[in-house]
Design a protein around this ligand. Sequence first.
Ligand code: NAP
Length: 256
Amino acid sequence: MNSLFDLTGRIALVTGSSRGIGNALARALADAGATVVLNGLSPERLKAAEAAMAADYAPGRVHSCAFDVTDDAAAASGIAWVEENVGPLEILVNNAGIQHRVPMLELDVKDWERVISTDLTSAFLVGREAARHMIPRGRGKVINICSVQTDLARPTIAPYIAAKGGLRNLTRAMTAEWAASGLQINGIAPGYIHTEMTQNLVDDAEFNSWILGRTPANRWGTVQDLAGPAVWLASSGSDFVNGQTIFIDGGMTVVV
Ligand code: NAP
């Protein structure tokens, strides 16, 4: 592998990586040489994901730590566990996220707050804790998983749109405060990616044909499409890339 993109010996935590995009990103970082720590809410699902992944890599390359990314104290002890049991955290991917679809006039404030705290506040809590360890070492990569809804709105997903838009600006705020200490903080904004979270949309013939027509590449994205950009932003190949959000969406956000 080109040494610019080699992650050998680097320790990465990917939140929400028991399945879906997070799991694929964890595998992409491990394929580039990183030692990875998986995270999720459900300990059973996380242990199963760890066992499945560990079978594909050398012993000691795959770990897991279940904690709720919306809980300040849990995020702090999760990061402390990684530092003590795996080693110095160099790469954090803030990926955990949820969706909640309901028209805004019927949206309960509890659901608004649940989405905002999972999709936005979590990146502040886990990111702040990781940065407290990275800054004294003078190096670290934080990748915040945004969305095309960072830039574009649609009906029925108001809290998700607000959270993902906020996450892009949080990426800039982290850059403003931490870049001088040697950290690079960037965002990846995936387009419509076929995962468990979007299976109902793929199965909806009308929505599916709207997506294909609306995407210049004329297809859904795959988790594999996100691997290269994630490895790049986690590697030394992006050491002067600061505060950017990279859209990986088959061109959706550049056309009307
Ligand atoms: P997913 O398949 O539903 O997986 C979500 C993951 O997040 C699971 O591992 C889940 O853990 C974890 N999680 C949820 N709440 C958590 C919490 N409070 N604490 C810790 N972990 C938590 O989701 P996905 O489709 O892969 O999406 C992943 C990210 O990509 C999200 O930020 C999403 O907004 C973004 N994204 C997705 C798409 C898409 O098309 N799928 C497009 C753009 C952006 P458990 O398994 O324990 O529940």
